[in-house]
Write a protein that binds this ligand. Structure first.
Ligand SMILES: *Cc1c(COP(=O)(O)O)cnc(C)c1O
Length: 463
């Protein structure tokens, strides 16, 4: 059953024209891109659902705030506007701006983690995983088992399995510099973490005296799911739930290109002066001075407004309904995807979509190619190519449990009818799935673990 459409809670007064390239142009574009979606040019794409990162539309209030940017190198008014918004919306006393989320990761992991360390997670996002590896440490997934079952409709599939977490902590007692939980769990299908679970993780962290950080890129979406699915909080405002989530953590790492509604930006927030000063040297080395961290003053202003806008309940209700609507349309067409639909994206189960393509030939990336062919739509494979790891001894590819293809919904950017077009095209691919009989070989991969899918050159071969 498809729910009634939830109309957009905004008007569009500036438009960005887009065109649909013809079949020949698409084929040419695929070749030029080495069959990697990251290699496609935006002009060759009609609907771009590669990522919801930095691709949203700013409000008129954010555009107006841009004009108020104070570009002082140190102590700019714009920094204090951000600091005030962080305190009001999230409750943290300290904020360090960074140029985006992975820069916050570089500062946090580069400072707190040393070689041989273990970092327990529900599941880390790909750049987070890469940063941990790059510092010689290892992330350990402690997410609940339901996260790996695309058919399970557990309401909080991003939750940490507290038993798994304690076991890891007891086993590696002295080599755990921090615990981190990603909300929502991007790598596991944009699935939320319950407030109860965050409180439990926080209690475990306190018990063992380990700092607890949240990767809070999608904190407002997560808060909305808590409101919808965790009974005790049904009558709470989104803003209060978000604050309660933040209260569980010692600090957060944020890609502000997600929920905070800006096109570029990131930040670290923390509670104590000690943590703030521990992190600052690496900010100066890699980002810039403590009060701008790689961003212009105007960016900080837009971010301060975006932080306040992300807890708007009508906006968030529409956003989540849009994702659900796309899911319902795909469900009608029989397309297998991760249930229940997450906050920012639909994750199609590419292993079930193409059961005849072995995982080591990257079915999720084959699907991304086919969907582009069909409708000039760009999504991205998040499976063996993105998350496969090489066994250090044997050199063999260790395959991840999930083989997903993601369609990320940009914030306030596409209308419901755009999504109807997307659903139709994907269902069309699904109808001809048996005729798709090829796999992909990696012709080039960068020599850095964890970032293969961004830069790989691929080549189709017939199965
Ligand atoms: C996007 C993202 C990051 C990395 O942030 P960037 O702004 O892309 O550098 C980290 N964690 C999560 C959960 C993300 O979604």
């Amino acid at each position: 059953m498809v729910s009634p459409i939830q109309p957009e809670p905004f008007r569009i007064r500036m438009v960005e024209p887009v065109r649909v390239p013809n079949e020949e142009e698409r084929e040419e574009a695929l070749k030029k891109a080495h069959y990697n979606m990251f290699g496609l040019a935006s002009k060759d794409i009609y609907i771009d659902l590669l990522t919801d990162s930095g691709t949203g539309a700013m409000s008129k209030y954010q555009w107006a705030a841009l004009m108020c940017g104070d570009e002082a190198y140190a102590g700019a008014d714009s920094f204090f506007a951000l600091k005030e918004a962080v305190k009001d919306v999230l409750g943290f006393d300290y904020v360090i701006p960074t140029h985006q989320g992975r820069a916050a990761e570089n500062v946090i992991f580069g400072t707190l983690v040393k070689k041989g360390d273990i970092v327990p997670f529900n599941m880390p996002f790909d750049t987070t995983r890469a940063h941990i590896f790059n510092n010689g440490a290892t992330p350990v997934d402690c997410v609940i088992d339901e996260a790996f079952d695309p058919e399970s409709d557990h309401p909080f599939k991003g939750n940490v399995d507290i038993n798994k977490l304690e076991k890891v902590i007891i086993e590696h007692r002295d080599s755990i510099p921090l615990i981190m939980v990603t909300v929502t769990n991007n790598s596991g299908g944009g699935q939320p973490v319950s407030l109860k679970n965050l409180q439990e993780v926080s209690a475990v962290a306190k018990k063992y005296n380990i700092p607890f950080f949240i990767d809070a890129a999608r904190m407002a979406e997560n808060a909305y799911f808590i409101k919808m699915r965790e009974k005790e909080y049904a009558s709470w405002s989104l803003a209060d739930i978000l604050k309660a989530m933040m209260d569980t953590a010692d600090g957060i790492s944020v890609s502000c290109k997600k929920d905070p509604l800006v096109n570029i930006g990131g930040m670290i927030c923390c509670r104590t002066e000690e943590m703030y000063h521990t992190l600052l040297p690496r900010v100066i080395l890699f980002e810039g001075f403590a009060t701008y961290g790689g961003l212009a003053g105007r960016d900080l202003e837009a971010l301060a407004v975006g932080l306040r806008e992300m807890t708007d309940e009508q906006y968030m209700a529409h956003r989540i309904a849009q994702v659900r609507y796309l899911g319902e349309l795909l469900e009608e067409g029989g397309v297998p995807f991760v249930k229940p639909t997450g906050g920012h994206a639909i994750f199609i189960d590419a292993a079930a979509f193409f059961p005849h393509i072995p995982q080591e030939y990257f079915p999720a990336d084959v699907l991304s190619i086919e969907v582009y062919r069909e409708g000039a739509i760009r999504g991205i494979g998040l499976g063996a190519l993105a998350f496969g790891t090489k066994d250090e001894k044997t050199g063999e590819l260790k395959l991840p449990k999930l083989e997903l293809y993601r369609l990320a919904i940009n914030r306030r950017t596409y209308t419901n009818s755009h999504l109807e077009y997307v659903a139709k095209k994907i269902i069309d691919v699904y109808k001809r799935r048996d005729q798709v009989r090829y796999g992909l070989k990696v012709k080039y991969a960068p020599p850095v673990e964890g970032i293969h899918h961004f830069l790989a050159h691929l080549e189709p071969f017939n199965l």
